[in-house]
Design a protein around this ligand. Sequence first.
Ligand SMILES: [Zn+2]
Length: 121
Amino acid sequence: MMGRCIYCQEKAGWFKGVCQECKGMLQAIQNLGGQFSFRSLLDALMKACPSNSKIERFLDSDIQGQGSIRDIVTARMTNQLAHTMGQPTDMTAKKVKWIREAEAQNPTPNDLPGPVNPYRR
Ligand SMILES: [Zn+2]
């Protein structure tokens, strides 16, 4: 039985949980260290993986339910920015995931079609 990659769900090979490209992308993130922009992250990922849709799946994968790789990266960059501005935070991937999901469920009123109802909560 062929194993499937836990990140992109594509065939990973015999007894493997992670395919070659996703392994390369994980390594690329490690190589970036603590300081990087989203742009440099994408550049590094595109060098490791030729498929944009696969990079998207990799970023959105949530292996342990603790937040996707995108959430982990967002948390890391949020903390860096806050630190730079002298207001350290403890943003975690789980918090980013929670905020993202809360926003998806409760869009701001401006995003909703139709007339404004002042009584709507
Ligand atoms: Zn993969």
